[in-house]
Every structure is written in structure tokens, then in C-alpha cells.
Design a protein. Structure first.
Length: 153
């Protein structure tokens, strides 16, 4: 071929990815080779993509296999460790929220504000609390009947 042929960027990327993934047909391979003959910079790009594909495929050998992860999460030590972490986090949050709530209520009732504002704030917090408890209760009830709960990814 003489002169540099043009190819839409989207089509070029599609052909490059098919080549890297080994999913390219013979006609597409010829089309890509014709284009690469006139565009050495694209050939370098294809080489980079192929190297990345090779390196990431080799990395999978070093990663922990799925069965090892399943065993890791099933072990008693990991369950206890995770549970203790959540317990201490929850205790800390409850203490801090309780103290800040106490201080907020103390300041709220000590402040000089109009009756409507005071009861508006009380209604807002009460309604929000009731809705939050309702959503939590609903999620707990639905959780018992969730058909996907025991599905492992």
C-alpha cells in the first residue's frame, strides 16, 4: 500500500484489543497488519498492550487462590478479630454520640429560642429517628428472607 491509510480511532482500538486478547479474525488481522505497516507508532502501542496483558496474566499466579481466601474468612481467629473490631468501633461511636447528644440537648434546652423553633427541631429529630429505626427494622426483617444471602461471590 502506498500512502498512509486512515482508520477511525474506535475501530483501531477495537482491532488492537482483539489482537491482544487473541480474538481477532483473519480478515481483521490483515486489516490491522496493513494499518500497522504504515503506522509504526501504533505497532509500539500494540507491543505495550501485549506486554501489559502478559504481565497481568503472570501476576495472577502470585495472588492468593480463591480457596485460600475462603479458608481465611472462615477461620475462627479472623471472625473473632473482625467481631472485636466492630464491637470496639461500635462502643466508641455510641459513647461519642451519646456524649455529643447529651451536650447538644443540654445546650438546646439552655438556649433562649422561640417555641416554634424548639418544637420544630424536636419534631425533626424525632421523625428522623423514627424513620431510621423503621429502615433498620425493615432491613433486619428482609435479611431473614433474602434468597441471595448465602450466595458467595
Amino acid at each position: 500500500m502506498t500512502g498512509k491509510m486512515k482508520m477511525p480511532e474506535e475501530r483501531l482500538q477495537q482491532l488492537l484489543m482483539k489482537q491482544v486478547d487473541g480474538e481477532i479474525s483473519d480478515s481483521e488481522r490483515r486489516e490491522l497488519e496493513d494499518y500497522l505497516a504504515d503506522h509504526p507508532e501504533v505497532r509500539r502501542e500494540l507491543s505495550i498492550y501485549s506486554t501489559i496483558k502478559k504481565e497481568t496474566a503472570e501476576m495472577k499466579e502470585y495472588l492468593m487462590p480463591e480457596m485460600a481466601w475462603e479458608d481465611f474468612w472462615k477461620s475462627s481467629y479472623n471472625k473473632i478479630e473482625r467481631s472485636l473490631g466492630w464491637i470496639f468501633l461500635s462502643i466508641g461511636m455510641i459513647l461519642l454520640w451519646g456524649f455529643s447528644g447529651y451536650e447538644m440537648i443540654r445546650e438546646f434546652f439552655g438556649a433562649d429560642m422561640p417555641f416554634a423553633v424548639r418544637w420544630g427541631i424536636i419534631s425533626l429529630w424525632t421523625g428522623g429517628g423514627i424513620l431510621l429505626l423503621s429502615v433498620i427494622r425493615e432491613r433486619l426483617a428482609v435479611r431473614k428472607h433474602d434468597k441471595y444471602r448465602k450466595v458467595q461471590r
